[in-house]
Design a binder for this molecule. Structure first.
Ligand code: NDP
Length: 251
């Protein structure tokens, strides 16, 4: 297995949950990590924790719906660390509602962050990934999808649609980039205890989700971080294209 020491990792949505745990895990493995999110205080705090433990981290204020901020972050990563060779496209929002309720702003928000934002990150970092693959022979693009890409959850049509996009786009992009030495993976977690569900705005859907989280032992963000570290550590010839990570007790 390759280890992740000295890799240049970029994690979007690194201010909480899966992204934060992934930044900590990759830094622990010896990667230089760039933490991207809107909440500057949170990414700075995590970057300080990494530095205190002897790691190397860069906190960058980025809104993935603002292409200029993503491009500036990409330039900063290249100039501080060299080309990124492990990009974890994790930033996302989940705002389910019945479409009949006409909460179109939330529909747009999910598409803007989960689809357009994710593609903005791909666009900004792709030249670095291909450069890294050419010079060191390894580069990974890991896109965080969801079990919602496969299973049906009523009133999650837009969220599920954005995640189905992430999975299918990733598989198709893998065919394009694999020949250039860039691996592409879609990671589809089941229930993970994070801040995500707390941001659901429809009270009845929150009330439906809460017992679901409480009735089983959910995944921790660290479980997903470990999966990402694992797939990035595999020999270059091995590309886990689609990884579904479920809590054992989730039907
Ligand atoms: P969190 O809410 O803890 O994390 C979401 C992250 O996305 C935050 O760091 C947030 O940072 C960031 N983010 C949101 N909007 C933007 C934006 N416009 N620009 C930059 N960053 C943004 O939830 P999770 O850790 O659970 O979510 C991470 C990913 O995992 C998401 O893509 C989610 O869909 C996916 N997922 C989660 C599951 C779960 O059960 N928790 C299951 C399956 C998939 P900030 O607000 O500071 O910008």
């Amino acid at each position: 297995m390759n280890d992740i020491e000295n890799r240049v990792a970029v994690i979007s949505g690194a201010s909480s949950g899966i992204g934060e745990a992934t930044a900590l895990r990759l830094a622990e493995g010896g990667a230089k990590v760039a933490l991207l999110a809107r909440r500057t205080d949170r990414v700075e705090e995590t970057a300080s924790r990494i530095a205190d433990k002897g790691g190397t981290a860069l906190a960058l204020t980025v809104d993935v719906t603002d292409a200029d901020s993503v491009r500036r972050a990409a330039e900063r990563v290249r100039s501080d660390f060299g080309p990124a060779d492990l990009v974890v496209n994790n930033a996302g929002v989940m705002l389910p509602s019945a479409l009949e309720d006409r909460r179109f702003a939330e529909t747009e928000r999910q598409i803007d962050v989960n689809v357009k934002g994710l593609m903005t990150v791909v666009d900004a970092f792709l030249p670095q990934l291909t450069d890294a693959a050419e010079s060191s022979g390894r580069a990974d693009l890991v896109n965080i999808s969801s079990i919602a890409a496969q299973n049906l959850f009523e009133k999650f049509s837009v969220y599920s649609g954005t995640k189905a996009f992430v999975t299918h786009m990733s598989k198709t992009l893998r065919a394009e980039l694999g020949v250039k030495g860039v691996r592409v993976s879609a990671v589809e977690p089941g229930l993970v205890s994070t801040e995500l569900a707390g941001r659901v705005t429809v009270p009845e859907i929150r009330d439906w989700l809460e017992p679901m989280f409480e009735s089983i032992e959910t995944l921790t963000p660290e479980d997903v971080a470990e999966t990402i570290a694992f797939l990035a550590s595999l020999p270059n010839r091995v590309n886990l294209q689609q990884v579904t990570v479920m809590p054992t007790g989730q039907p």
